[in-house]
Design a protein around this ligand. Structure first.
Ligand SMILES: Cc1cc2nc3c(=O)[nH]c(=O)nc-3n(C[C@H](O)[C@H](O)[C@H](O)COP(=O)(O)OP(=O)(O)OC[C@H]3O[C@@H](n4cnc5c(N)ncnc54)[C@H](O)[C@@H]3O)c2cc1C
Length: 379
């Protein structure tokens, strides 16, 4: 059900928070430092467990409220990414596949933002071809020993809980992958990956599992179900990323509009020129199309039907549109757009990764192609 009041409330809450945060965030972005004080503030405001039931430490709102939050936060990519990794990539699979005991142990601290979680699929040799991952989990007594490396892991250095995908039965390929809940104190090591083009205040790291033992009750779902869990998690993640991309397009349009109304050239506000209006019209059209594709995917998900096609369409279009709109915002700002102070530069840098992660846009096209033709061009 569409709850207008709930969405308005969470949007207003996010805007109030961003008024506080936007003066502070640039320092962290400049230093590539993780913005712990802002993370703690988001936790206090209840932004980490939006769709998690109240009984499990969440806000008990719905998926629409979560998407509204991500749209509002989208213009501040590092913060948006922190919220979506925690909720789409960690809490969502825990709620969907966790046992009661796993939910009781992990969901409340994650939903309250007291600890952070990470989703560990990608490896140095396994990116788009995630099923070729090499991390192994061997049976050992009452548990498993995990051995392997993960790369490009968001929250890799700041998380306490890791959802790790490892092969329990390599002979079976994708069907031999199992998902594990691993804690940092089990012996996970990590190292930061610095020098990102965008999302500079968000943490990214390499995660090392050097003989990490976990008890068998840390398997999420069942043995061999890991790849299915990863793919369904990414379907949800793609809708969230599309919502974040809508936020980038929205913010780009706001920045551009404010500037062209204010700035005069040739004796008139820039906004009065037809070419400027044409650019604004393109921005608005692509923004609204992105939003509709995102909402279409969310509606399909909430109907209980399979929504892989809709999630990929939304991610593909909204992420490309966000890049075009950030570019257009800089163009409309002229030389001012090239400076960090005007925020369009950050949007431009942050937008770039949206076509790469949670499945590159080429992979989205292959997924869409497979949905349309029934023929998979990749395994
Ligand atoms: C900032 C950041 C954060 C990330 N966070 C996480 C995270 O939290 N957890 C996680 O597990 N991963 C994470 N990732 C990893 C991300 O999901 C991968 O980078 C992505 O899946 C692409 O894999 P790759 O980088 O190895 O590129 P590759 O797979 O090597 O792709 C390189 C190029 O080849 C193209 N290509 C590959 N296969 C095909 C094909 N069959 N047909 C046509 N073109 C193809 C790709 O589209 C791309 O253009 C993150 C990445 C970044 C940059």
């Amino acid at each position: 059900m569409w709850k207008e009041a709930e969405q308005k409330e969470i949007r207003a809450l996010a805007r109030r928070f961003l008024e506080e945060a936007k003066g502070v965030l640039p320092e962290y972005e400049a230093k590539e430092a993780f913005p712990w004080p802002l993370v703690r503030r988001m936790a206090e405001l209840g932004l980490f467990g939006v769709f998690v039931p109240e009984g499990l430490g969440g806000a008990g709102l719905d998926f629409w409220a979560y998407l509204a939050l991500l749209e509002e936060m989208g213009g501040y990519g590092s913060l948006r990414s922190i919220l979506s990794v925690q909720q789409s990539l960690v809490l969502s699979p825990l709620l969907a596949y966790g046992t009661e005991a796993q939910k009781a142990r992990y969901v409340p601290p994650l939903a309250r933002g007291e600890v952070l979680g990470a989703f560990c699929l990608t490896e140095p040799e396994a990116g788009s071809d995630a099923a070729s991952l090499r991390t192994r989990a061997h049976r050992d007594g009452d548990g498993y020993v995990l051995e392997g490396q993960k790369t490009f892991i968001s929250h890799g250095n700041v998380a306490e809980v890791f959802l790790v995908f490892a092969k329990t039965d390599p002979e079976k390929g994708a069907k031999g992958i199992t998902a594990f809940l691993v804690e940092r104190k089990d012996g996970v090591r990590s190292t930061p990956l610095k020098g990102k083009l965008g999302l500079r205040a968000a943490d990214t790291g390499m995660v090392f599992l050097d003989g990490v033992w976990v008890p068998k009750d840390r398997v999420l779902g069942e043995e061999g179900m890991g790849f299915r869990i990863a793919l369904s998690t990414l379907d949800t993640g793609r809708i969230s990323l599309a919502a974040g991309s809508v936020g980038i397009s929205q913010k780009a349009l706001e920045i551009a509009l404010a500037h062209v109304k204010e700035r005069k050239q040739f004796g008139k506000p820039l906004a009065a020129f037809q070419l400027v209006q044409a650019t604004l019209a393109e921005m608005k059209a692509e923004l609204e199309a992105s939003r509709l594709l995102t909402y279409q995917a969310a509606a399909k998900k909430l109907s209980g039907a399979r929504y892989t096609l809709e999630a990929s369409l939304a991610k593909l279009f909204a992420s490309e549109a966000a890049n075009r709109n950030a570019y257009r915002a800089i163009q409309l700002l002229g030389g001012y757009g090239f400076f960090e102070e005007y925020e369009a530069a950050r949007l431009y840098r942050d937008a770039r990764v949206a076509t790469l992660y949670e499945g590159t846009n080429e992979i989205q096209k292959l997924i869409i192609g497979a949905e349309l033709t029934g023929l998979r061009a990749f395994s």
